[in-house]
Write a protein that binds this ligand. Structure first.
Ligand code: KG4
Ligand code: ZN
Length: 380
């Protein structure tokens, strides 16, 4: 089979991205335009601004991906685009652009689930390293600003199949990092800043109680799952941090930090660090420890329950240094092989979309021009 070049396009949240991947296993180019500066003043993604920025960035980003790869539109075999889940207005920018290109160039169009993309970010990089021997089924933890999902993933004759074995009941893990950072006036996005600050605090200073999951009640319409679900919940820890701020009278220091950071055009972790006292750093480190312990504890429990040997962790929060170290250490203790994407492929990108599209290209699973965004698209 000759090489296949797929141009991937991703616009589900606050990154406009385009990439070219060869035969699902080699990144040829990977262009990402991040909108962080646009959303920073609001401490979170503003959907209308995201759509506007995608409109501005989509043409230059796609051109850059082609230029970096030294290819033109005609030398692409297929187009792949994120169909969902994500912000509807943001998704539509990528989808409309990909559909127009597919129509104008008369090339096949492939619709990709964003979560499937995050899983394939790891598979792509492993294949790039020459590792084709992952043991099925894989347990995959997709942990980002919008998702905290556990899937069993397997390649069968019919293509990749995914079975959800756990998800968050409320906030996603990345959302909890972002909301706690906003509450403590540490900046946006919260995950990387908390990751940087936590190294300077004592993670055992404050004990946060483990999250309490309320299981389905009898009489619920949904049937009880045959095997246990490993669900997550992160709204409680966010409230616990807020309670801590109130009972320890941290608000005046937070307001001083908010005012000082507002004076800096692009604050870095070191700037934030200089504005944090020991107590705040302990709080941040303890929060991160509680998040990581919960994520890793539930994921390893799911691996034991389903008899899994291989774990993939992906999504923006997979960039977290403590999560990486803890997963690797505790995974090794339990004989589990653990794989993470590199940091650039952990957060949103289009190489993962082009990689996830390749098996669909081989299977001839193409989308029609009626393709539209699906904000809550499930992964199956
Ligand atoms: O996958 P992603 O780029 O977008 C979504 O699909 O949500 O993930 C973004 C999320 C944000 O919540 C961000 O705070 C978090 O990933 N994140 C991190 C780190 N880097 C990014 N969370 C913890 N530690 C990090 N180093
Ligand atoms: Zn994502």
């Amino acid at each position: 089979m000759s090489d296949t070049y797929i141009l991937g396009i991703e616009s589900s949240c606050d990154e406009t991205a385009a990439a070219i991947v060869r035969s699902g296993e080699q990144i040829i180019s990977n262009a990402v335009f991040s909108q962080i500066a646009t959303h920073q003043p609001y401490g979170g993604v503003v959907p209308e601004l995201a759509s506007r920025e995608h409109l501005r960035a989509i043409v230059p980003v796609v051109r850059r991906a082609l230029a970096d790869a030294g290819r033109d539109y005609h030398s692409i075999d297929a187009l792949a685009v994120t169909r969902g889940p994500g912000l509807a207005g943001a998704l539509l920018v990528g989808i409309s652009f990909a559909k127009s290109l597919a129509y104008a160039l008369d090339k096949p169009l492939i619709a990709v689930n964003h979560l499937e993309g995050h899983i394939h970010a790891v598979l792509l990089e492993e294949r790039q390293k020459g590792n084709y021997d992952l043991q099925f089924p894989l347990l995959t933890l997709v942990v980002s600003g919008g998702h905290t999902h556990l899937y069993l993933a397997e390649l069968k004759d019919s293509g990749w199949t995914y079975q959800n074995v756990g998800h968050t009941r409320d906030d996603a893990a990345g959302e909890a990092f972002d909301k706690v950072a906003k509450l403590l006036a540490l900046g946006y996005p919260g995950g990387p800043i908390i990751d940087g600050l936590a190294k300077h605090g004592r993670a055992d200073a404050i004990k946060f109680p483990p999250s309490q999951i309320k299981h389905r009640q009898r009489g619920d319409k949904s049937p009880e799952p045959e095997r246990p679900h490993f669900d997550f919940s992160y709204s409680g820890i966010k409230t616990a941090v807020l309670r801590y701020v109130e009972t320890h009278d941290l608000q005046p220091a937070i307001e001083r930090r908010r005012a000082a950071l507002a004076e800096l055009p692009h604050p870095r972790v070191d700037d934030v660090l200089a504005l944090c006292d020991r107590g705040t750093l302990d709080l941040v480190a303890s929060f991160q420890r509680a998040m990581v312990d919960d994520l890793v504890g539930k994921t390893l429990a799911a691996a034991r329950e389903y008899g899994i040997n291989t774990l993939l962790v992906s999504g923006g929060v997979a960039a977290n240094s403590e999560l990486r170290l803890t997963c690797e250490r505790r995974g090794a203790e339990e004989g589990l092989a653990v794989y993470f994407p590199s940091r650039p492929l952990s957060t949103d990108n289009a190489a993962m979309i082009a990689a996830a599209a390749y098996p669909k290209f081989l299977a001839g699973e193409f989308a029609g021009l009626e393709l539209s965004a699906e904000a809550s698209l499930p992964l199956r």
